[in-house]
Design a protein around this ligand. Structure first.
Ligand SMILES: [Zn+2]
Length: 254
């Protein structure tokens, strides 16, 4: 699953080759084929990441929304360059004068107007994204405060509360903040919440900055049975919200 930093990293790369460029769009999805002529020759206004979503903006107020989920991937090819993936996996191709940008195996591809996207119960309505300049601490704390009974480890994965946090980040954020994932949001002190916010901002940025290098910022993810790097207690793991999570029983008392 691509978490926010990876999505932003790819969106930056896509923006470099797509922004302001005239495109020809070819869909490998039958029900979207009918829209190809209406997109012909439009200049892409921008490519942005919001949480785990890619949003490709067209000048006529439409947005191509893409979510990679577990299997999707992007490729940017120079024109004429051989593809390293089977063409029948291409969900769509954006052709510019110089490049072919291909979304392979992406399960979610939607073409929506901006207002349709905002009103969409599944894909609109995203919580603030810590990697976006419009991230609002106030909004995050307000949305968090609306979930007092839920466990914090689960709420951090809820894209309507904060967007872009996936399994690795939530585990590491809670470890660094010394908060057990099973604690309810309502039981957290103001100090806990501010500490957590600091680590959300710090770890998302660290991942972004060190993309493609060894992830030295990962302390306990997939380290069950190993000693905690801080106190040497044995790292435990359990399931939460359908995902495996890890915690140090000493540093993160339940
Ligand atoms: Zn520990």
């Amino acid at each position: 699953m691509a978490e926010g930093p990876l999505v932003h990293h790819y969106a930056n790369r896509l923006r470099k080759v797509l922004k302001g460029k005239e495109v020809r769009v070819e869909f490998g999805i039958r029900k979207l084929k009918q829209f190809e002529p209406s997109l012909e020759g439009l200049r892409i206004q921008d490519v942005e990441a919001h949480g785990k979503q890619f949003r490709i903006h067209f000048p006529d107020n439409r947005v191509l929304l893409v979510h990679l989920m577990m299997w999707g991937s992007w490729r940017i090819y120079r024109n004429g360059e051989a593809w390293d993936k089977p063409p029948d996996r291409a969900r769509f191709i954006l052709r510019t004068r110089d490049h072919e940008v291909v979304a392979f195996s992406t399960p979610i591809v939607r073409l929506l107007t901006k207002s349709e996207l905002e009103g969409d119960p599944r894909w609109g309505n995203l919580g603030p994204d810590p990697l976006r300049p419009d991230f609002s601490t106030k909004q995050f704390f307000r949305l968090l405060g609306e979930q007092p009974a839920r466990e914090i480890g689960e709420v951090l994965l809820d894209q309507r509360v904060i967007s872009g946090i996936g399994n690795i980040l939530r585990i590491e954020i809670l470890f660094q903040s010394r908060i057990h994932p099973r604690k309810s949001v309502g039981s957290l002190s103001d100090d806990d919440k501010h500490k957590m916010l600091r680590w959300i901002l710090k770890l998302t940025r660290t991942w972004m900055r060190t993309m493609g290098r060894k992830a030295n910022w990962i302390s306990i993810y997939r380290k069950s049975g190993k000693p905690c790097p801080r106190c040497k207690a044995t790292i435990e793991f359990f399931r939460q919200g359908g995902r495996i999570t890890y915690a140090c029983p000493k540093c993160q008392p339940a």
